[in-house]
Design a protein around this ligand. Structure first.
Ligand code: GDP
Ligand code: IMO
Ligand code: MG
Length: 422
């Protein structure tokens, strides 16, 4: 019996999908606990290559129940596109469910996301995925959102939309956008009900039964701590909590029942969108990391900002999340670097700082690096610790020490079996 959370420990895109895909082979249940189709979780396995946006990465295992949890926001149209791709690869999706409490992303949420971004001045742009995530979670927090359960009941839905739409239309017209019509929204929801009606369920009895039967449950996070609404680089964050705490609220699981919390970290660092990224490398090394690591957004295709492993941010991440183990991914991308840097402190106005400060001070922080000799050998075929070059072992060991957490997985390639278990 285990309840394991897989949490992004940096700025997102750490390889969460890849780790969940590996672990899901033996899991009975996989729950996405927050976020929406802003995610791009790349999974490569015998079924093919997939960029999953809202579907949990356990979907490829017919005996694993996959739940889009209460803490998520769901765009049913993009879910349909995604499911079509998965089904086309011969994978069953009968094992997918959506919790009744999940909030629904409506077309006006996406319109407002784009308009709000466009209205922000240069440096203040978040660089959102424009999927409507922020506006949808805003309605949720304002208690005026539309939940999955609402589309099952026409009378309830019409009342909820009649209260919501006049306000949304005022916001749309403020941005010079066309208003949305009640009839169109009702028709859209009726379409979604016809496709997803049977899949919209109450997740609590399912999860409770799995727990009492000692099943193995995975909790899949979206994004990473640095873009957590409370603990990230606010205001350059998403609108939910990717951190371990978000697993409990998003999946309806008490903190005392969680057995493992795995932090997923790239062996270097990337970030997509605005906000501070202290160890960003604007030079040749940054370009090389982007080229070798194929660091382009799985959702938006945008080039990712690239840089070195930030041990100050990772140490903070480990404290806030309480990791029980780390998964270090993309080790192989460092194979051809003669020198590898790790940020061990910041210089902020001449002061040496070793604890992650909040956003305004991060914006002033200059990285202080410790340099390691690269191992200059191919690691992609390593399958056990002894297969790794000594210098690669030293690098990983040092990361574990700096972060203060045991390393449990080392990923040396994007394919399911390219992993070392410690
Ligand atoms: P996620 O959002 O956290 O699931 O991560 P993404 O899928 O957005 O980004 C991770 C990228 O790195 C994907 O293209 C993966 O296929 C790839 N990847 C994951 N682990 C490894 C690894 O160990 N080595 C290499 N070369 N690629 C990896
Ligand atoms: P996965 O799950 C990387 C970033 C956006 C933006 C900020 C807010 O694949 O790791 P949002 O659309 O959520 O309002 O955007 O967060 N962002 C991501 N960056 N990976 C993601 O997902 C991301 N989801 C959102 O670039 O800066
Ligand atoms: Mg991603």
């Amino acid at each position: 019996m285990s309840i394991s959370a897989i949490v992004g420990a940096q700025w997102g895109d750490e390889g969460k999908g890849r780790i969940v895909d590996y672990l899901a082979v033996k899991a009975d249940m996989c729950i996405r606990y927050q976020g929406g189709d802003n995610a791009g979780h790349t999974v490569i396995n015998d079924n093919g290559k997939f960029a999953l946006h809202i579907i949990p990465s356990g979907i490829f295992n017919p005996n694993t129940i996959n739940i889009v949890g209460a803490g998520t926001v769901v765009n049913f149209d993009t879910m349909t596109e995604e499911l079509d791709q998965i089904k086309a690869a011969g994978v069953t999706v009968d094992n997918l469910f959506i919790d009744k409490r999940a909030h629904i992303i409506m077309p006006f949420h996406q319109m407002l996301d784009g308009a709000e971004e466009a209205s922000k001045a240069g440096e203040w742009k978040i660089g959102t995925t424009k999927k409507g995530i922020g506006p949808c979670y805003s309605d949720k927090a304002a208690r005026s959102g539309i939940r999955a359960v609402d589309i099952l009941d026409e009378d309830r839905l019409i009342t909820r939309l009649e209260m919501l739409l006049p306000r949304k239309n005022r916001e749309l017209s403020y941005f010079g956008l066309p208003e949305v019509k009640l009839d169109d929204m009702m028709a859209l929801c009726a379409k979604w009900k016809s496709i997803y009606g049977d899949k919209i369920i109450d997740m609590v009895p399912l999860v409770r039964k799995a727990y009492t039967e000692n099943k193995d449950i995975l909790l899949e996070g979206q994004l990473g701590i640095m873009r957590d609404l409370d603990w990230g680089i606010y205001p350059y964050t998403t609108s939910s909590n990717p951190t371990a705490g978000g697993t409990c609220s998003g999946a309806g699981i008490s903190p005392r029942r969680i057995t493992d919390i795995y932090g997923v970290l790239k062996a270097y660092a990337t970030s997509v969108g605005g906000g501070p990224f202290m160890s960003e490398d604007f030079g040749e090394d940054g370009d090389k990391l982007r080229d070798l690591g194929h660091e382009y957004g799985a959702t938006t295709g945008r080039p990712r900002r690239t840089g070195w492993f930030d041990a100050v941010a990772a140490d903070y991440s480990c404290w806030i999340n309480g990791f029980t183990g780390l998964a270090i991914t993309k080790m192989d991308i460092l194979d051809t670097f003669e020198k590898i840097k790790v940020c061990v402190a910041y210089d902020i106005d001449g002061e040496i700082v070793k604890e992650l400060p909040e956003t305004a001070l991060q914006e002033k922080a200059k990285p202080i690096y410790k340099e390691f000799d690269g191992w200059m050998e191919d690691t992609s075929n390593a399958r056990k610790w002894e297969d790794l070059p000594v210098k690669a072992q030293e690098y990983v060991t040092e990361i574990g020490k700096l972060v203060g957490c045991p390393i449990k997985f080392i990923s040396v390639g994007p394919e399911r079996d390219q992993i070392i278990i410690l």
